[in-house]
Design a protein. Structure first.
Length: 435
């Protein structure tokens, strides 16, 4: 009888090699994206060759120059001009922040703003991924790709939106929330709400977690921004924002770049899509009801007491998604903030395993495809003339609903995130390493 061969054969190393090759490809892609971005958003502006429209920035520099001339920052605001409005429409504290731009030439102000936007986004993305993802993941590469290749984010660089500043504040608040830092979370959210109103709804997180000091810190910080603005600009601009600007910001509009729940309903009713139409009370009521339901769902998902860091991150991510959908206006570049719920969802999938969180993983991939691939292709091929031609055809309503796909994918991500949070699942990893 022959002796059995007991020599163990080495295990195949294909998975290890594939993982290594995947990381090499990811690193190469990151290097390429960084190189192209440095040329387009750093070298080109510094040498006077930047080709971005930067039309949104004109409202900021316009407000700064109006204030330098002794006028209100809302001197050029016109809420009746079109469905997208014109002029400066941020709270008065934001006007205080842009006031120093008047000290610079147009070219210097544009370059400074672009570099600041780039820095805020990269810094915020690094904070988010280091808070949400395991240390074994290629977090730096993912952060840079998110900050430099995700379409809603890069839109800000070409058009000069203020979203990167808000994103950095929300990213820092996200880290504080996950780490259990009550006061800093409240202060950061209050500061963000003082610059742009939408983050005010994130107070639901603090209330649901029973962070009473954090709630007070958020409220006091928000009030402090109003006081600072009143001292710096006078009470006139504060009144102008409340009486002239705010009503326009709460008006329903179905313009295709608006991806809020309210806009989704407006497009379903074919209301105020290409031009302003009289308000529909039933549409207003449905929008308010839908927003209340979204915030109520987030409150239902958040738990007080101790919870796994990945679950805490998903709570904050769900709230940010609800914030984007609950307002009357959420332009495409506002979804820069989706980097937070996307990273938080990935962190929860990593903690529980993709087999447990198949639905959450599918929602994450769907949002990446819609916002990162489909929407940019549509934006690049659609203009007002083609929209008016489409409106004159028989398939206008059906085509119009297709423009709601980004909002619907974000809503689906919110639903699967909340479902995962309500289901207790085993965590396979500890908290991510400190950033």
């Amino acid at each position: 009888m022959q002796q059995a061969n007991t020599i163990a054969r080495p295990a195949p190393r294909r998975p290890v090699l594939r993982l290594r090759h995947g990381r090499l490809l990811l690193r190469a892609a990151t290097v390429a994206v960084v190189a192209v971005s440095l040329w387009m958003f750093v070298v080109a502006p510094l040498t006077g060759h930047f080709t971005g429209l930067f039309e949104d920035f004109r409202a900021y520099i316009g407000a700064a120059r109006d204030m330098a001339a002794g006028h209100s920052p809302y001197h050029s605001f016109d809420g009746s001009a079109s469905v997208v409005m014109t002029g400066f429409d941020y709270p008065p504290f934001a006007a205080v922040l842009v006031r120093p731009l008047a000290l610079l030439s147009d070219q210097a102000a544009m370059t400074t703003w672009l570099l600041m936007s780039l820095g805020c986004t990269v810094a915020g993305a690094l904070v988010v991924v280091r808070t949400a993802l395991p240390a074994s993941w290629p977090r730096t590469e993912l952060a840079l790709l998110g900050a430099l290749a995700f379409s809603p984010v890069t839109y800000n660089y070409w058009h000069g939106q203020m979203n990167p500043v808000i994103f950095l504040l929300l990213a820092l608040a996200f880290r504080s929330w996950v780490r259990g830092r009550e006061l800093s979370t409240g202060v950061l959210l209050g500061l963000a709400a003082g610059i742009k109103l939408a983050p005010v709804v994130l107070i639901v997180l603090l209330l649901r977690r029973r962070w009473w000091r954090g709630t007070a810190a958020m409220a006091l910080t928000g009030l402090a921004t109003v006081a600072v603005a009143a001292l710096a600009l006078g009470t006139g601009p504060v009144r102008a924002f409340v009486t002239d600007v705010l009503p326009s910001l709460t008006r329903e509009t179905g313009w295709i770049y608006n991806q809020s729940l309210s806009a989704l309903l407006s497009r379903a009713a074919d209301h105020s899509v290409l031009a302003i139409q009289p308000a529909l009370p039933v549409l207003h009521d449905l929008s308010l009801l839908g927003s209340a339901v979204l915030l109520g769902v987030v409150a239902w998902a958040v738990r007080p007491g101790r919870r796994d860091p990945a679950e805490r991150g998903a709570e904050f991510g769900a709230a940010v998604t609800a914030m984007l959908l609950a307002g009357t206006i959420a332009w495409f570049p506002h979804f820069t903030h989706l980097l937070i719920p996307l990273a938080a969802a990935a962190g929860l999938v990593a903690a529980r395993g993709w087999r447990v969180e198949r639905g959450l993983l599918a929602g994450l991939v769907a949002v990446l495809l819609v916002f990162g691939v489909v929407a940019p292709l549509v934006i690049s091929s659609i203009d007002m003339a083609s929209l008016r031609a489409l409106q004159a055809g028989p398939s206008w309503w059906v085509a119009l609903q297709a423009f709601s796909l980004p909002a619907l994918s974000a809503l689906a991500l919110l639903v699967v995130t909340v479902r995962s949070l309500r289901r207790r699942g085993p965590s396979r990893i500890a908290a991510p390493a400190a950033a």
